[in-house]
Design a protein around this ligand. Structure first.
Ligand SMILES: [Zn+2]
Length: 214
């Protein structure tokens, strides 16, 4: 594996979050575990304007070697997820419209659609509120994440994680879709939430769903 490979993959994933409508302008950030630390998108730059050389290597203690751009203001959130969840290989943070709408109501996303099983849980929890970029936000996000692959951040946005970039982007995209279904289905009254048994069956199927790992 050459050193440039993770940069190309991260660039592609960051562009993907824009193409999927998960992020707009300079909002949101994507990272991938890289050696002892991780590689993350820089702060204040639109994803579709990024070059591979704009991506920033951050070590596990938060150090950024000189000569690089400043990392995303949420680098600490990404770092703390990698420290707390050894199996996580990539993190997507986004401000997608429907997930963030629920987060502004500090509402959990319930299982109104079986696709929520992509998170490995039957609810996407909304964290307590904390200022962006702070240690308190990391703690709130980790608590809401638990062992699942996604959470909402109160009055802020969403975090999705995966074994790799493809999975993290897919989780973010599916959670946003379920948030949209929930929001739309709630317009005419209360949406019907799948029962524990119905979700247990869906989660079981998801465990054996898809292509075997290569
Ligand atoms: Zn944010």
């Amino acid at each position: 594996m050459t050193h440039t490979e993770p940069r190309e993959r991260l660039l592609e994933a960051a562009r993907c979050t824009v193409a999927l409508g998960l992020n707009q302008g300079t909002s949101g950030n994507v990272s991938v575990r890289d050696g002892d630390g991780f590689l993350i998108t820089p702060t204040g730059m639109a994803c579709d304007a990024l070059a591979a050389s704009d991506l920033v290597n951050v070590s596990s203690d938060g150090t950024v070697a000189p000569g690089q751009r400043a990392p995303s203001s949420e680098w600490r959130l990404h770092r703390d997820v990698y420290l707390a969840r050894p199996a996580v290989g990539a993190v997507v943070h986004a401000h997608p419209r429907f997930g963030t709408t629920l987060a502004c109501r500090r509402q959990h996303l319930p299982a109104v659609h079986y696709l929520i099983a992509v998170t490995g849980a039957s609810v996407v929890r909304c964290s307590a509120y904390a200022t962006f970029g702070t240690e308190a936000l990391s703690a709130a996000a980790l608590e809401a994440l638990g062992s699942s692959r996604a959470c909402l951040l109160a009055n802020h946005g969403m975090v999705a994680v995966g074994r790799d970039l493809d999975e993290a982007v897919q989780v973010a995209s599916e959670v946003e879709l379920v948030a949209e279904y929930y929001w739309r289905a709630s317009q005419g009254g209360e949406a019907i939430v799948l029962s524990e048994k119905e979700m247990a069956d869906a989660l079981e199927r998801f465990r054996s769903y898809g292509q075997p790992p290569s």
